[in-house]
Design a protein around this ligand. Structure first.
Ligand SMILES: Cc1cc2nc3c(=O)[nH]c(=O)nc-3n(C[C@H](O)[C@H](O)[C@H](O)COP(=O)(O)OP(=O)(O)OC[C@H]3O[C@@H](n4cnc5c(N)ncnc54)[C@H](O)[C@@H]3O)c2cc1C
Length: 367
């Protein structure tokens, strides 16, 4: 069989323009596929945690040029990093967005919410809330842990489940903490009863940002009363403005009780600025990754606890294998390529989520 010509390469609609959606679109572009990315939120950056993203892992998937842009050599907050340093989620998201702007085969549509997904023998399409339809040879769901594409693709197993604990996440500039010891480089981990603390200094050109993530298994009632968790389903994170003042006051007391200096001061600084997000943790072990002309990647496909530290790395693997299969496909052979993508990735994705469930089961107090 001859290789399809460049202009015959499958075209994709990607639902979700966060880390998984943007890396998938760039990976598809690298093998000559056009991609339209539909993202419901506007271009303003969201708050987020931090994660590791190394050039050596990103470049083979999205190409050297885009990897350099994504990792922020053009961004003062990205300069001064060593390859293994974690980086703020927002900096990586912004870097990937810039890379996409620089990629003629990818278009990113903000403020475009997908309301329905469909497919037939010849194509797949996404309907949006402004009445438009985006059709292509395939639809890729990169729409996160409450994925609509997953719901369409695997209706018998649509939802990720609440793992029974939440994370408080925040960041503070080390320079704003006076009179406390400097944090040593690298990851730190502390444990104290039903609490765990992970953190890392993230160097940038002007100093260091201290990122922290506090695992808290005592807040199930709060998560339910605020609607962040309903039944066993995680609905949304708890924004800083939605965290009640009495909870902030309790967190200050608990930070002093559970965490040594300078961890406690960093957390209290974030609390004082009301720059803390509560993240109820979800988990999802996949049964399918593709059906016909639909595929899922990233948190739409598999949701491991952040304790695995591997959600983004797994999203990169998805993007790599999906683009590898589509590189040799044309419109007619898309379903076969997606079936091979599922075959290659499913076991690894299931193992990753299960590896984190051991921690979750021992840590959660009342799932
Ligand atoms: C606190 C925390 C810490 C983490 N730390 C690490 C780490 O250290 N290392 C690591 O590898 N991974 C980490 N992860 C996981 C990692 O961030 C994710 O796995 C990775 O970012 C992939 O996310 P995603 O793009 O699939 O999903 P999301 O980031 O959830 O993005 C989904 C996107 O889809 C959009 N969307 C949803 N529905 C629709 C719709 N209907 N129409 C249009 N758009 C839609 C959303 O607006 C969103 O932009 C962490 C996760 C969390 C929560």
């Amino acid at each position: 069989m001859s290789e399809p010509r460049h202009h015959d390469r499958p075209r994709a609609v990607v639902v979700g323009g966060s880390l998984a959606g943007l890396t998938t679109a760039l990976a598809l572009a690298l093998v000559g596929c056009r991609a339209q990315v539909l993202e419901r939120s506007g271009p303003a950056p969201r708050t987020g945690g931090a994660l590791s993203a190394a050039f050596a892992e990103l470049a083979p998937v999205i190409g050297d040029r885009h990897a350099r842009t994504a990792l922020g050599t053009a961004n003062p907050r990205g300069r001064g990093r060593r390859a293994a340093d974690p980086m703020p989620w927002t900096v990586l998201r912004e870097g990937l967005r810039r890379a996409v702007e620089d990629e003629p085969l990818v278009s990113l549509h903000h403020s475009t919410r997908v309301t329905a997904i469909n497919q037939n023998e010849h194509s797949a399409w996404a309907d949006t809330d402004d009445g438009r339809t985006f059709a292509a040879d395939l639809v890729v769901g990169a729409d996160g842990h409450r994925s609509l594409v997953r719901r369409t693709l695997v209706p018998e197993h649509p939802d990720a489940s609440y793992a029974g604990y939440a994370l408080w996440i925040g960041q503070t500039e080390e320079a704003s903490l006076r009179g406390v010891p400097r944090t040593a480089p690298g990851l730190f981990i502390e444990a104290s009863g039903p609490h765990y603390l992970l953190g890392y200094p993230m160097p940038h050109e002007g100093g260091r940002t201290l990122g922290w993530a506090w695992y808290d298994a005592t807040r199930n009632d709060l998560m339910r009363s605020t609607g962040s968790v309903a039944g066993r389903v995680v609905r949304h994170s708890l924004r800083a403005s939605a965290i009640p003042d009495p909870v902030y006051r309790e967190l200050v007391l608990q930070a002093r009780r559970h965490w040594p200096s300078p961890r406690a001061e960093a957390i209290i600084d974030s609390i004082d600025r009301r720059e803390v997000t509560g993240v109820p943790i979800a988990e999802y072990v996949p049964r399918r990754l593709a059906a016909g002309r639909l595929a899922i990647v990233g948190n739409a496909a598999h949701v491991p606890t952040p304790m695995t530290g591997s959600g983004f790395a797994a999203s990169l693997q998805d993007a790599a294998w999906l683009s590898r299969e589509l590189a040799a496909a044309d419109s007619a052979t898309v379903p076969g390529a997606l079936a091979r993508y599922e075959n290659t990735r499913l076991d690894g994705a299931r193992d990753l989520v299960r590896s984190g469930q051991g921690f979750s089961r021992s840590f959660a107090t009342q799932p």
